[in-house]
Design a protein around this ligand. Structure first.
Ligand SMILES: Cc1cc2nc3c(=O)[nH]c(=O)nc-3n(C[C@H](O)[C@H](O)[C@H](O)COP(=O)(O)OP(=O)(O)OC[C@H]3O[C@@H](n4cnc5c(N)ncnc54)[C@H](O)[C@@H]3O)c2cc1C
Length: 498
């Protein structure tokens, strides 16, 4: 790989990956770096997976603007990048007569931001979601809201960027900027990383939780800080619980509240709460937090029982303190999307918390416009291909399609993950994809194996075998997510195949 580029992007979450994908349309040499061993390792890997309509964001804020614009871009994006997205609408559900007036406030916000919203009666909400709390007094329906698979979206965006010439470097951590003149520190010409120095005319800060630390290295916005806000979740068994909709409670000051939602994979999701913490790596779940989200979920769907739970996880929102310039009210949690004036060569993104997943395509589009307005010549490449072909998902095919696939490649006939019905063919395809999946977790993100009731107990030994075979490695070297997470410690006996 060369060390000189036109643009370097720091961070391969949904924002960095989509920015790379949008910029790959132009005749530019682009490097996307990610400190972890796979893309989608930060906030994008652990959230509610909702494409918000935009009624909740404060009108006039960058959050509101990019939420509404981003929302409208998801149909084309999912068609081109071929990942699951379902615009099935979202509901804010008022329980009891006392919560009903809050819907009017949200309804008005929606209208101010140009978001289609409709207030429906309690009876209508009960008809649409029969398991909803019988005390439901009404709901705000937002038909433009939807659900997506954030893992699939990010992987597809990054793969499409790579297919269009972007260089991706995993396990490469930004350390500091390189300046044209180290004493003046005005013009950025590159970055120092854990894998060496790389040079570029522009650096895009898409570092999520660490965006404050990156911009401070450039001397930009020293007053801006990111405080991680942890959100905990339960994943429920889709065989036990059928939830058809995205169900929010009426929101609080700091959070949209604990929701119960359908997902593109069918497993209902319950959460998140919102706890400000001081450790950017702490994604532990806590007994108190889990009790809080369970109580919140039961407020919406009282018939849920703990026997429905399959898994737990937590994600960290990169919550910032940037003031909003376009808001009529005082608001200091806006997104930062800017080319700062105090240095040259930096596109600075920060505070990209919720609705950052929804807004990500609009943020990427805005980065392109910022570069254009800064005089960057953007020539469209004749070879640019916006289509990232999806790989076959065996469980989604008809019996006839499955038979054809197995006839062409018998590995699609060997089921490795029994809960989620994932085949060897899908695992091998992920290992040899444009961004090779070389760890168990990378395969999980791409195929959904290991996410069912047994949480990988049956498939893990088989996946280790397949990874070792396909990568030409010793099984002892195969890990969950690199960095010392190998599964096996020593050989106990020789396996003889008949
Ligand atoms: C609990 C929760 C619920 C949410 N629900 C929703 C929702 O339903 N809908 C919605 O729209 N939004 C939601 N969000 C917000 C959304 O997840 C984020 O706004 C979005 O994922 C941010 O994407 P990103 O690419 O900016 O950040 P990230 O996904 O965090 O990506 C940043 C990347 O940069 C990498 N990185 C950091 N530092 C460095 C470095 N020094 N060198 C190299 N790489 C580095 C990280 O490893 C990471 O991969 C939620 C967030 C949380 C946590």
């Amino acid at each position: 790989m060369p060390s000189e580029y036109d643009i370097i992007i720091i961070g391969a979450g949904i924002v960095g990956s989509l920015t790379a994908r949008f910029l790959s349309r132009y005749d530019l040499d682009i490097l996307l770096i990610e400190k972890e061993s796979d893309v989608c390792a930060g906030a994008t890997g652990g959230n509610s997976a909702l494409i918000h309509g935009g009624y909740d964001a404060v009108p006039g804020s960058l959050k509101a603007e990019t939420n509404v614009r981003g929302n409208a871009m998801w149909d084309q994006l999912s068609a081109e990048l071929q990942f699951p997205f379902d615009r099935r609408g979202t509901y804010v559900v008022a329980i009891g007569e006392e919560e009903f007036p809050r819907l009017a406030e949200l309804h008005q916000r929606g209208e101010e931001s140009g978001v289609p919203v409709e207030t429906i009666s309690g009876a209508e909400m009960r008809r649409r979601e029969p398991r909803i709390n019988p005390e439901t007094s009404g709901a705000l329906y937002c038909p433009s809201g939807g659900i997506c698979d954030p893992w699939a979206a990010t992987i597809a965006a990054a793969e499409n960027a790579v297919q269009n010439g972007v260089a991706l470097r995993l396990q490469t951590q930004f350390r500091d900027f390189i300046w044209a003149d180290e004493t003046k520190r005005e013009q950025i010409v590159g970055i120092q990383t854990t894998q060496g120095d790389f040079y570029a005319r522009w650096v895009v800060n898409a570092a999520g939780l660490y965006a404050d630390e990156v911009m401070h290295r450039a001397g930009v916005r020293p007053e801006f800080t990111i405080t991680p806000r942890r959100g905990e979740y339960y994943v429920l068994d889709r065989a036990d619980v059928e939830i058809n909709n995205v169900l929010f409670p009426v929101p609080t000051e700091i959070s949209k509240g604990i929701l119960v939602t359908a997902t593109t994979h069918g497993n209902p999701l319950v959460g998140p709460n919102a706890q400000e913490i001081d450790d950017k790596r702490n994604v532990d779940v806590t007994p108190a937090g889990m009790a809080e989200i369970w109580q919140g979920a039961q407020k919406l769907i009282p018939s849920l029982t703990r026997r429905n739970i399959v898994a737990v996880f937590a994600g960290l929102r990169p919550g910032g303190n940037a003031p909003c310039l376009g808001c009529d009210v005082e608001y200091n949690k806006d997104f930062i999307i800017e080319i700062p004036t105090e240095v040259h060569g930096l596109v600075n993104l920060g505070g990209i918390e919720s609705p950052g997943l929804t807004a990500a395509p609009a943020i990427a589009e805005r980065v392109v416009e910022l570069l254009r307005s800064a005089g960057e010549e953007l020539t469209v490449k004749s070879t640019w291909n916006p289509i990232r072909p999806a790989r076959p998902v065996f469980r989604h095919l008809s019996p006839q399609e499955q038979a054809t696939l197995v006839a062409a490649d018998p590995r699609y006939g060997r089921v490795i993950c029994r809960c989620e019905n994932v085949t060897e063919g899908e695992i091998v395809a992920a290992i040899h994809a444009p961004i090779p999946a070389v760890t168990y977790d990378a395969i999980k993100r791409r195929t959904w194996l290991g996410t069912g009731r047994c949480l990988g107990a049956f498939d893990t030994p088989r996946v280790i075998e397949i990874l070792a075979r396909e990568l030409g490695k010793d099984p002892l070297e195969i890990s969950k997510k690199n960095g010392g997470s190998e599964f096996l410690t020593r050989k106990t006996k020789e396996v003889r195949h008949a």
